[in-house]
Design a protein around this ligand. Structure first.
Ligand code: PAF
Length: 287
């Protein structure tokens, strides 16, 4: 496994693989890897000859009062895990390598932004202004640096995946996007780097999000209540369990707009705070 820190080194490392006609699989991450990330690496390994994983905590997708500074950076442990999962190249650039001039130009490290309208505006987009522009811009930059054949993203960030798929389609970016299923702890809690902020007691409590999502899915499947009633009751249940609910939305899984009763592909998206920690999760269903 090779570790590279600059774009020039990355391109040198990739050159021989491209010359050999190898297919390149890419897993972009912000590090602090857990089993969920490693399942993305395994998927990329299954679908391509050479696998590159980026470890880069991207400042432009964090809001001013969010956890960019405290986001866990666990480089050595990440490298060990990636070695165990047979990743070929780790790309771990500095912020200055990716955004020249940073931090002097912190407020606007890139004059160019990639913005996906509509799909990025509700749900997490509504509560984290600018977040998806930060994500789509860094993912475009990383795609241009790596030029992968395939890239694997987790379905836990359902809206992120939808936004990236649409960006790739709209901008004719020559990469195939693969969505990989959510990995859960035995209690149902979706695996996430931010779970590391939770105590064991909070982790048990946090599994409540998935229980309420599963309850809501059951209600929709059995047509017991209207979408509005399910949403309202779900918010109440989460609040009773100690969450501060950011949103609990039943949406069309393709457009991410408010679901209509005639919609077939549905996603139920939730974001809620336990103390200061913001957790997201989702379930999908076909009606
Ligand atoms: O999902 C993430 O970890 C990040 O949003 C991504 C895609 C690596 C971009 O920084």
């Amino acid at each position: 496994m090779m570790i590279v820190n600059t774009i020039a080194e990355l391109q040198d490392a990739l050159y021989k693989h491209r010359q050999a006609g190898s297919t390149i699989g890419f897993v972009p991450t912000m590090g602090n890897l857990h089993q969920g990330h490693l399942s993305l690496v395994d998927k990329a390994k299954e679908l391509s000859d050479v696998v590159i994983v980026s470890l880069f905590v991207n400042p432009t997708q964090f809001g001013p009062n969010e956890d960019f500074d405290s986001y866990p950076r666990t480089f050595d442990a990440d490298c060990q895990k990636l070695q165990n999962h047979d990743a070929d190249i780790i790309f771990a650039p500095s912020v200055e390598e990716v955004y020249p001039g940073y931090p002097q130009n912190k407020a606007q490290p890139n004059l160019t932004k990639v913005h996906v309208a509509e799909l990025g505006k509700d749900h997490c987009g509504a509560s984290r202004p600018g977040h998806f522009d930060g994500v789509t811009t860094i993912v475009t930059k990383l795609f241009n640096m790596v030029r992968p054949d395939i890239a694997v993203f987790g379905q836990k960030d359902f809206q992120q995946l939808a936004v990236i798929r649409r960006m790739v389609q709209d901008l004719n970016i020559p990469v195939t996007i693969i969505g990989a299923p959510i990995l859960r702890e035995p209690n149902g809690l979706a695996m996430s780097s931010r779970n590391g902020y939770l105590s064991q007691e909070q982790k048990d409590q946090a599994a409540g999000i998935y229980r309420v999502l599963s309850w809501a899915k059951e209600q929709l499947n059995t047509h017991k209540q209207s979408f509005d009633e399910v949403e309202q009751s779900a918010v109440k249940q989460l609040e009773e369990q100690g969450f501060r609910v950011d949103y609990f939305n039943i949406a069309n899984a393709d457009t991410l707009q408010v679901a209509e009763t005639s919609d077939k592909n549905i996603v139920i998206l939730a974001a809620a705070f336990l103390g200061k920690v913001r957790l997201i999760d989702n379930v999908t269903l076909t009606l």
